[in-house]
Design a protein around this ligand. Structure first.
Ligand SMILES: Cc1ncc(COP(=O)(O)O)c(C=O)c1O
Length: 401
């Protein structure tokens, strides 16, 4: 055990889908009211209107294998969007520093394998550091690379931001990558610029990569616009890769288009690995993505709708379940201690109120000391329209009151 404060160091390597576990938990139970599914983070807002015409125009592209790296047009569009969205020290080179992905999930998973290939054995057991709770693809990457998964707990008292200062030099020296998630799934907290700078400096000093999962970057719920990891890099993008996607930004979770951008050395080796292993992205879908990255109106509409839903949550829930409006993302992360543990609460909400929510412990690791930072929480995805969301929030607010 390196460092004394690593309470989140995890001993259990299995990675399972929280949704499969939820289905098992609720097997045989009927929802007590018309079902409202608040479990999956799948935006159910309208798709942008340009999707069908763009696909129709570029339909011929389905007749050929796409290039793994993405079209020049796509990489240019992604690099230009990054340049407009963030205050970058310099423009990204779309040829060397951007790569199309089939959604960010596969990219985040395969990134661990690329990191292992690039860095090799680092002396001692290689490690992957993630926040706890965390998106399961990070854990799956650690598992297939035989890395120790070090899950740093994120607690309410620290605005759900892990204590990155507790990572010892010994651990950092054998770490392949630090995964960051901002805005965070599930808690919605945004990493301050200073934290990003500190983590990046630390990773660089020890030769590790920083994988910044920023797929919720466009969903901010106040006026505070989330800082991106590439903004906190200084003059170059060494060791830092951002992962983004249109699933949440443009309500296109079924399009399966995202990208990775940053460190040229990483992108090159990652492309090489992906060339023999990863799904390519069909060109007509890249064309939709180009249109999506060139338009901010639909993104503003999306943000407005999420804000209205969180306004409703503030009004209807008040401080119940320790509700506090998150800075970003589209989840409520509610402390359901008053209903029993998180599994009991999820079962009761389904059985008595027809609400399907994810027990928080399913999204996090139980550490060696038996603590799970998701225990006693539920995750509630506010992804439906206003009317359904209002009904769900009313049922939640009045539950066993
Ligand atoms: C934190 C986080 N990262 C990555 C993803 C992957 O999204 P996609 O593959 O649709 O880009 C999700 C999806 O829910 C997520 O919540």
């Amino acid at each position: 055990m390196a460092g004394s404060g690593l309470a989140g160091r995890n001993q259990y390597a299995n990675v399972r889908s929280p949704f499969v576990r939820l289905t098992e938990l609720l097997a045989g139970i009927e929802p007590g009211k018309p079902l409202i599914n608040l479990s999956v983070g799948e935006p159910r807002h309208p798709m942008p209107s340009f999707v069908a015409p763009v696909i129709a125009t570029h339909i011929g592209g389905f007749a050929k294998y796409p290039m793994l790296r993405g079209t020049d047009r796509f990489r240019n569009a992604a690099a230009s969007w990054l340049g407009r969205r963030y205050k970058l020290p310099r423009a990204l080179d779309p040829n060397k520093e951007v790569l199309v992905l089939n959604g960010s999930r596969e990219g985040l998973f395969l990134a661990s394998i690329a990191a292992k290939r690039i860095l090799g054995e680092r002396g001692g057991k290689p490690a992957i550091i993630v926040p706890n709770p965390f998106y399961p693809a990070y854990g799956a990457g650690a598992e297939v690379t035989g890395c120790e998964l070090v899950a740093l707990p994120a607690y309410a008292k620290n605005n759900f931001i892990p204590d990155y200062d507790q990572i010892s030099d010994e651990l950092m020296a054998r770490t392949l990558a630090v995964y960051l998630c901002s805005p965070a799934n599930p808690q919605g907290s945004v990493l301050p610029r200073e934290t990003l700078e500190k983590v990046i400096a630390r990773a660089r000093k020890h030769g590790a990569f920083v994988f910044a999962d920023e797929c919720y970057s466009e969903i901010w719920l106040s006026d505070k616009v989330p800082t991106g990891a590439l903004e906190a890099c200084g003059a170059n993008f060494d060791n830092v890769i951002t992962f983004n996607s249109l699933s949440k930004r443009s309500n296109l979770p079924g399009l399966r288009v995202g990208f990775a951008a940053g460190d040229e050395r990483f992108i090159s080796a990652y492309s090489e690995l992906r060339n023999v292993s990863a799904p390519q992205v069909p060109e007509p879908l890249q064309e939709v993505a180009i249109a999506a990255y060139s338009d901010e109106y639909h993104v503003e509409d999306t943000r407005k709708l999420y804000r209205e839903k969180f306004d409703l949550a503030d009004k209807l829930l008040g401080k119940r379940f320790n509700h506090k409006r998150p800075e970003g993302g589209f989840f409520l992360w509610l402390d359901v201690t008053e209903l029993g543990d998180d599994e009991t609460a999820a079962k009761s909400l389904f059985e008595d109120a027809g609400l399907r929510v994810v027990p928080g412990s399913y999204l996090a690791r139980t550490s060696a000391d038996g603590k799970n930072p998701g225990a006693n929480y539920i995750r509630v995805a506010l992804v439906d329209n206003l009317k359904i969301t209002e009904e769900a929030l009313k049922r939640l607010a009045s539950f066993r009151k």
